[in-house]
Every structure is written in C-alpha cells, then in structure tokens.
Design a protein around this ligand. Structure first.
Ligand SMILES: *[C@@H]1O[C@H](CO)[C@@H](O)[C@H](O)[C@H]1NC(C)=O
Length: 505
C-alpha cells in the first residue's frame, strides 16, 4: 500500500517536471564572451591601443598574476575552433563583443580598419554558416586609449564618439547581426572604472565619477538606440538593448529600514542605469538622487554631485530599448544597521550607506565576490517584471568560477548551472518575459584584475600551450544536454568526455 502511494507520487511529480518544466523551443540558449578577454591580437594589423592594453602593460602589478590579454585565448587566430565549439554544444546563439580600437584604430571614425572589419566578418560569417545567431555587444570595457586620454566616459562628447562608432558597426555588420547590445554592465564601467580603482581606467574620482559617467553612458546608449531604430532597423530589422548587471539585493530582515536600505542599494547598483531607460518617470532613481543631493549640499558642494536629466533628455532616453539584458550572478542581503563600513567621503558607498551580508553556508566559487544564492534569478527577474511593466529580458551572462587546477570534472559548476536554470524556469512560470540565456563563458579567459587565476569556461583553455587548445569540461556536456532536450535532467551524466557535433549543427 505504502509502496503504491510512493510510486504514484513519484510518477506524478516526474510527469509534471517533464511536461511543464520545459524551456520553449524558441528560447535562445547561448554562451557569452568579451573581446579583450578572449581575442588576443592586441596589436595585430593596425589595431589601436585600448585602456586594458595600457593598464596591463604600464601597471601590471594591479593584475593578480601580472598577466594580460595580449594573446588571451587567441580567438583572433582560433575563431573557427570557437565556432566549432558552439556547434558541439548545439548553441542557438553566441554573445560576443567588438573591440572598438580594432575597428577604429584612432577611436574616432576618421579611419576604419579593413583588417579589423575582416576579422569580425569572418567570425560572424562562420556563425551564420552554421545557423548560430550572433548577439553582439558594442562595448565591453575596452575603450580606445586615445578617447580615454580625452576623459573617456566623462567627456561630454562621449555620446557623439560612441554614435559615430556604432554607425560604422551597423553599416558593416547589420546585414547579418540582428541582436545588438550597446553596453555591457554600466555599473562596472562607471563605478569600478571611474569612482574607484578596481577596473581600468582606475580614475578614483570617488563620489563624482560614477554619476557623470552614468549620465553620459545612458545618453550614449539612447543616441545609438535612436540611430539604429531610425536609420538601420527599417532595412536591417534587428533589435537593440542594453545589458546591466542585476544581481539581487534583498532586505536582510522584513523591517521597513532594511527594505528601504535594499531599495537604495538597488538604485545605486543598477537603478542608475535602468531607471532612466525603463521607468515611467525617467531620470535617475528618486530616493538615491535626493540622498546624494542632500549629502552634497551638507558636504559644501554648490550643487548635487549627481547630474540631472533635462525634460528633453528624459524623454529622449525613456523607452529607448527593445529589451533588458541582465547579467546575473548572485544575491546579497542588505541591512540598514549591520555590517556598516567606513567609506571615503564623498563616495558612492558612503552615499548609499547600507551594510551587506552573505550567509556562510552559500557555496563559494573561486571568486571572492561569487557565491551560489537561492532563488536569485527568480527574485531579480520578477522584480524587473513588476517594476518595469514586463520588459523582454535576456539573461546575457550567468556562470561560475573554478580554480585553474580544478580540472575538467566541474561538478560545482554543474550544480550552479542547474540551480540557475531551475530559477530561470521559475521566472518563466511567474510570467517573466524571458527569451534567452547566455552562459558565461564559452571558454576560460582573461578575468580582468584576477588575470588567469579564475576560470569560468565550459571549455578549459590551456594558456601554456601556444595553440591555446580548448577542451570541454563536464559542464559542457551537461549544458549541451539541456539545450538539446530543453529540460534540466538532474540525473544526467555524460557517458564519455568526447565531444561530437550532432546533426543539424
Ligand atoms: C582614491 O581616492 C581616495 C580619496 O577620495 C583615497 O583615499 C584613496 O587612497 C584613493 N585610492 C587609490 C588606490 O589611489
């Protein structure tokens, strides 16, 4: 009797899982990479210097292993192998970024590099040949050094330079590329690069840089979006969005103070970039703007350190996107009263003024900032759905790091991906308009200030080997199985570690 009941329950739940917990057939499964992290060819042909070439060459001690991306995974010479890996995995899409100074060696659009354009044409053509949808990021952190010398993102002319570059890109590649992402992770560009020293160009203009950069970046995004919609989309027929890092910041307790603290944190961490584009009112987030304005006056500034948007600018930016690209890795709990730290005054974190908390029992990766957090994707995406009237969302990055000596059997990465994809299914069940998922990353690459000491690849790359040989990890087989079946089978074990290309790819 008992056995029968148990069997009945098991078969019931198995049936529910198989029939309902399925990714739609048109859901885009892919992987993601970024130009500086994989390409190499740093001075190939007439490519110009960018801010990561500059910092790694002139100031190598900021990189944990004093390495650089001069060669990286050498995609510049291995792009056909990259596409072969996409075919092995059975990817629907591949997200990668363009190196601005490879296309425009001077940064400005007076000279277009034939060799740079040819490289991307070859890469894109190879994907198209095998039915893989290219999803192209225009900017993933490698600003031409010549533009940085003029101030980069805080020069008021930045949006013009960026539009000039984007028009060249749309002209050259828009016949084949239909998914465009303007910027990758504005917070990491503006906060880490301009407000502090944890990314190039290490400007360290604390409490000032992040806000000027944020406004220029958002204006630049909107200019490029309108340029694309007006002058390219009518004939090319693609979509254009932006990718923002939206980790989940939830209150540590249900108290009103903690809830407000979590809201202020969300406004600073991603609202600065999302709110002007996706909100009804437009402009920077309300509570944070008020707080920064008040602090600025108290600190003796004649006006707020956070610039404002004029009404015309608000109208220009509002709704200027076809989708919300979400890079998501983790959750952090936010407290109004606990774990408060001393911060430099003025600074971004002094402005926000909240404490962070991460439970000890959340599994740790090889990266200090990354722990596996429950319901993380569900919480973040349902929040965006409710706040911004259900935008089309693509998860444009999500992934897990292991140490360089961890080898090919990466069961902890598999555990992370399975949990993340279950959470994505929860979000789909909750009505989130989620259209795709790009795993970070296709292969090991140069992890910014961590150099090659943290590995995010479904494929391992041998950086000692001049050929930069790529070898699939166990997680590659598991991801392939999920893409192929559209179902997460927690029991699945690859029968061997040999990759093949299935028919149709
Ligand atoms: C950044 O600037 C702050 C002052 O705003 C200073 O205290 C800190 O030492 C600087 N950091 C670096 C790495 O230069």
């Amino acid at each position: 009797m008992n056995i029968i009941v148990i069997l009945f329950l098991v078969s019931c739940s198995a049936r529910t899982t198989k029939q309902e917990r399925r990714f739609p057939d048109d859901f885009l499964f892919g992987t993601a990479t970024a130009s500086y992290q994989i390409e190499g060819g740093w001075n190939a042909d007439d490519k110009g210097e960018n801010i990561w070439d500059r910092i790694t060459h002139n100031n190598p001690t900021v990189i944990k292993d004093q390495s650089n991306g001069d060669i990286a995974a050498d995609t510049y010479n291995n792009y056909k192998r990259d596409v072969e890996m996409m075919r092995e995995l059975g990817l629907d899409a591949y997200r990668f970024s363009l190196s601005w100074s490879r296309i425009l060696p001077n940064g400005l659009a007076n000279k277009v590099s034939e060799a740079g354009v040819a490289f991307y044409n070859n890469y894109i053509d190879e994907m198209i040949k095998y039915g893989i949808t290219p999803m192209v990021t225009l900017y993933h952190w490698d600003l031409p050094q010549k533009l940085q010398d003029l101030g980069g993102f805080v020069n008021p002319l930045f949006p013009e330079w960026y539009e000039d570059y984007a028009r060249v890109v749309f002209e050259q590649f828009g016949d084949r590329v239909k998914h465009w992402i303007t910027f990758n992770e504005p917070r990491e560009i503006c906060y880490q690069g301009y407000d502090t020293t944890t990314k190039a160009p290490q400007l360290n203009a604390t409490g000032i840089g992040v806000y000027i950069c944020a406004k220029n970046l958002v204006m630049a995004h909107a200019r490029v979006y309108h340029a694309y919609k007006n002058d390219f989309a009518p004939s090319q027929g693609g979509v254009c969005g932006i990718t923002i890092s939206v980790n989940w910041f939830g209150p540590k307790t249900d108290s009103e103070e903690d809830q407000l603290a979590a809201e202020l944190t969300r406004q600073g961490e991603w609202g600065l970039y999302a709110e002007p584009i996706f909100s009804e009112d437009g402009g920077f987030p309300k509570e944070l703007s008020e707080k920064v304005a008040q602090k600025s006056i108290e600190q003796g500034y004649p006006r707020s350190r956070m610039p404002e948007f004029t009404d015309d600018e608000k109208a220009f930016v509002k709704g200027a996107t076809d989708f919300f690209g979400v890079n998501h890795y983790k959750s952090v709990l936010i407290s109004a009263t606990e774990n408060l730290k001393e911060h430099v005054v003025p600074s971004f974190y002094d402005d926000i003024g909240t404490g962070t908390y991460v439970p000890d029992d959340w599994p740790a990766s090889a990266s200090t900032w990354l722990k596996q957090s429950p319901d993380s994707i569900l919480n973040a995406l349902t929040h965006l759905k409710d706040k911004y009237n259900s935008p089309v969302i693509y998860i444009t990055e999500n992934g897990w790091s292991t140490s360089p000596d961890a080898g090919l059997v990466d069961d902890d990465r598999i555990r992370y991906y399975r949990a993340a994809l279950e959470s994505a299914l929860d979000a789909l069940d909750a009505g989130v308009n989620l259209k795709g998922y790009m795993a970070w990353s296709l292969m090991d690459n140069f992890e910014w200030f961590a150099g090659y000491t943290e590995r995010f690849g479904l494929y391992q790359v041998d950086f000692e080997d001049p050929a930069r040989t790529r070898t699939p990890r166990k997680s590659a087989f598991v991801y392939k199985q999920i893409i192929n079946t559209r179902v997460i089978d927690h029991e699945y074990e690859p029968s061997s570690m040999t990759m093949t290309i299935d028919e149709g790819h």
